[in-house]
Design a protein around this ligand. Structure first.
Ligand code: ADP
Ligand code: ZN
Ligand code: ZN
Length: 742
């Protein structure tokens, strides 16, 4: 029985207070639900206030005798807020965090931003009546009132601006207030939203005619939507197959029903190009969120959504919490992107959270990808999601021909360059043809790590367990904490002079290419060249306008961009990501390579991709080469089932961080013992504790404990017990624990 309720007083987007605990009185037992609006006594005088129920519980940490009781249920009607509160409660229970952390995630804007408002004055009576009233006013005492009224009579329905009236007619508050009181005029607030995206110059475009495959996919989805409980859809379509065109048709359908839509896009793919397309189709009802908005702009976008001024919200993960009153559709584009999973508490995943929001608000959910996540494809293959596919590119533009080059073979043949012979020739042909090329590297920096060829010593950061990256200025930098130091000229361990960086980074590749192809013009895009605001867009724009022949870059160049003149994509270091200490590294590698290859040949000319690797036989690389997602999925799911990894089983990762290595290690071992002792342990596999793949960042030690179980609910239950265990053990006071549910 839920005898206690956590209640937030006056929830609004400006301020989310902490919840206060109340007792659920006998007569209301069983009637209170999360999200309800209730009346409670509050503050010193026990004034009656309105509150929202944000959580329910059988027990409380407070003295029950000192808790006040809920007075009454004010409304059982659902509101946008109450639905978002239910969502926040679900996040808290599923991912493990405090009520406040969950509330702050769902209602991210806490400080009241000064809304920019324009105020206008209108006559509240017929002009004739206003004229009579004007006559009756003393020309001596009420000069300003007379001026104002006569201007208003002239202005007619337009009314006049408050600020203007105050400046030019000297009609400020002392003049308007009495006239408002007498019912002669009224003042209206006109919201002037801060609009982060200027679409006024964008020409509206008519809907495209779908090709037969797209139309069929659309038909399947609409058919599913007719069911009482439509399943989420996974739209699996190669890059350039027209997924976005299908999304836009679905959005139109939802708008026609008078509902609203959220379109999630990974931040990095959220470019002017993307927005332009949505704006061209739907106009100013499209709003956008992204990380570079000011707090005020962000606040206004949520208010626009709540007021109905915006009806389509395009944005990254956090746009999922847009307060639409009647949400009809959530779209998650590039569903496989790691950016959809939050790295900070609560570590929620946008896909699962969207599934919950959609089902509890009666909205529909469509996810799209060329390389779906294992989780989504697994669910689709079991019929939990509807699977639809777009197998061809629009207008049958062919997929690029992909070849794999074995770099070990290159070395044996005496080629020690970062460019294989095949890639060099392809590049030459591409340039001769006046086409464009993209060269993709898995890492940033001048040269990956610095190591000694004689003894194998690797130069690491003093504060983190990662190798330092060498930059052109002769210094080495840690990309985790920013620590910098000189590159040593002799090995500090064995004294050898053969120490240096051997793995090429973007900067070094740029130099090599510039030397080998002196006629070509090159752009480079990595963390270092995109640090300034706008530089990312600028580089993309320059390349899209063919102001350079070659674009060299890291991960950020492979996502979602459409460059019709690119006919060649070279992947210089395909397997760096295969060496990551993470069970998802095969999946990530396949996705990166397929996305990268997909950049080639998006225009009229056919494309080609060259993948350089040291592991030509690895199934991730093979799958990317043959553009065969299915075969990758079968190999990978077999591997994960065998080892009990998600999505074949559920996993709870307990991350521990502490300054004190001993304390951390002891604490994590106690957690392991605790889990092994409890009865619910049946079927739980415990692995670890072990240092994380990066065991130290900024002098904080990091360890993880992995729990696996066929059923996610069992793990959520165990987490609840762990939370209590940790809360009452002072040994954990200096260990920061986070939970990650997979
Ligand atoms: P995806 O989202 O799957 O990568 P897009 O929707 O971006 O694919 O489509 C790729 C390109 O083909 C875009 O420039 C798009 O405008 C064009 N395109 C796709 N389908 C059609 C269509 N039915 N009619 C006209 N152009 C289309
Ligand atoms: Zn050495
Ligand atoms: Zn560091």
């Amino acid at each position: 029985m839920n005898r206690y309720a956590g209640i937030v007083i006056d929830i609004s987007h400006e301020k989310v207070d902490r919840p206060f605990w109340y007792r659920v009185p006998e007569e209301l037992q069983g009637q209170i639900r999360v999200g309800m609006v209730v009346k409670v006594p509050f503050g010193k005088g026990d004034h009656t206030r309105t509150g929202y129920v944000v959580s329910l519980s059988e027990e409380t940490d407070y003295d029950p005798d000192r808790l006040k009781s809920i007075l009454s249920v004010e409304s059982t009607a659902e509101t946008t807020e109450s639905r978002l509160l239910v969502l926040s409660d679900w996040i808290r229970k599923t991912y493990g965090c405090t009520g406040i952390q969950a509330l702050k995630t769902v209602f991210p804007i806490r400080e009241r931003m000064n809304a920019r408002e324009k105020r206008r004055i209108f006559l509240a009576v017929e002009p004739q009546k206003a004229a009579r009233e004007l006559e009756a006013l003393s020309p001596v005492r009420y000069k300003a009132r007379r001026r104002l009224l006569s201007e208003l009579i002239k202005a007619g329905e337009e009314g006049i601006d408050c600020t203007w009236a105050s400046r030019n007619l000297n009609a400020g508050k002392s003049v308007t207030d009495p006239l408002v009181r007498d019912g002669l005029i009224r003042i209206e607030n006109e919201n002037e939203w801060r609009i982060p995206f200027d679409g006024t110059t964008i020409e509206r475009e008519a809907p495209r005619i779908l090709n037969p495959e797209q139309a069929e996919a659309l038909g399947c989805i609409l058919e599913e939507w007719k069911k009482e409980n439509p399943r989420p859809t996974l739209l699996c379509g190669v890059t350039g197959s027209g997924k976005t065109e299908v999304y836009m048709e679905l959005i139109q359908k939802v708008l026609d029903e008078g509902k609203q839509a959220i379109v999630l896009i990974p931040e990095i793919a959220l470019t002017y190009q993307t927005l332009r397309r949505f704006y061209a189709r739907f106009g100013p009802i499209v709003s956008v969120l992204h990380s570079r908005l000011s707090a005020g702009e962000r606040y206004d976008q949520f208010r626009r959504a709540a007021s109905g001024d915006a009806r389509i919200m395009v944005g990254p993960r956090s746009a999922l919490f847009t307060p639409f009153a009647d949400l009809g559709l959530i779209i998650i584009d590039e569903e496989h992107e790691p950016a959809y999973s939050s790295e900070s508490v609560p570590r929620y995943h946008a896909r699962e959270t969207a599934v919950f929001r959609a089902s509890s608000e009666g909205a529909r959910l469509v996810m799209g990808s060329a390389t779906p996540s294992m989780e989504a494809y697994y669910k689709a293959s079991r019929g939990e999601y509807l699977l639809t596919t777009l197998s061809g590119r629009y207008e049958d533009r062919s997929l690029p021909a992909v070849s794999v080059v074995d770099m070990r073979q290159e070395l044996r043949s005496g080629n020690r360059s970062v460019l294989s012979r095949e890639l060099r020739e392809a590049l030459q042909e591409c340039l001769d043809d006046h086409s464009q090329a993209m060269l993709f590297l898995n890492r940033r920096g001048y040269a990956g790590f610095v190591s000694c060829r004689s003894c194998g010593y690797v130069v690491k950061c003093r504060h983190c367990d990662v190798s330092l990256s060498q930059h052109l200025n002769g210094r080495m930098v840690c990309h985790y904490c920013g620590y910098e130091t000189e590159t040593p000229s002799v090995c500090p361990v064995c004294g050898s002079h053969y120490i240096g960086g051997f793995r090429a980074g973007t900067e070094q590749v740029e130099k090599i290419i510039a030397k080998e192809f002196p006629q070509s013009s090159i752009l480079r895009m990595d963390m270092d060249t995109t640090r300034n605001k706008g530089s990312y867009e600028e580089i993309l724009k320059a390349f899209a306008e063919h102001r350079a022949d070659i674009l060299i870059g890291t991960q950020m160049i492979v996502k979602g961009h459409d460059f019709p003149d690119v006919t060649l994509v070279g992947v210089l270091s395909a397997d760096l990501s295969l060496n990551e200490a993470d069970f998802r590294c095969g999946e990530r590698t396949m996705q990166l390579l397929m996305q990268a290859a997909g950049r080639a040949g998006r225009g009229r000319k056919p494309g080609r991709a060259v993948i350089q690797t040291y592991h030509p036989d690895h199934y991730s690389i093979q799958a990317a080469a043959s553009q065969d997602y299915e075969s990758f999925f079968r190999a990978e799911i077999a591997f994960r089932s065998l080892l009990g990894y998600p999505p074949a089983a559920a996993m709870l990762i307990i991350h521990g961080t502490s300054e004190d290595q001993d304390l951390l290690s002891k604490g994590m071992h106690f957690l392991q013992l605790f889990v092994e002792r409890i009865r619910e342990k049946a079927d739980v596999t415990v692995v670890g504790p072990a240092p994380e793949s990066i065991g130290r960042i900024n002098d904080m030690y990091r360890m993880a404990l992995y729990l696996r179980h066929p059923d996610q609910k069992a793990l959520i239950h165990i987490r609840g017990m762990l939370e209590k265990y940790i809360a009452i053990n002072s040994g954990f006071n200096h260990i920061y624990i986070q939970y990650e549910l997979r």
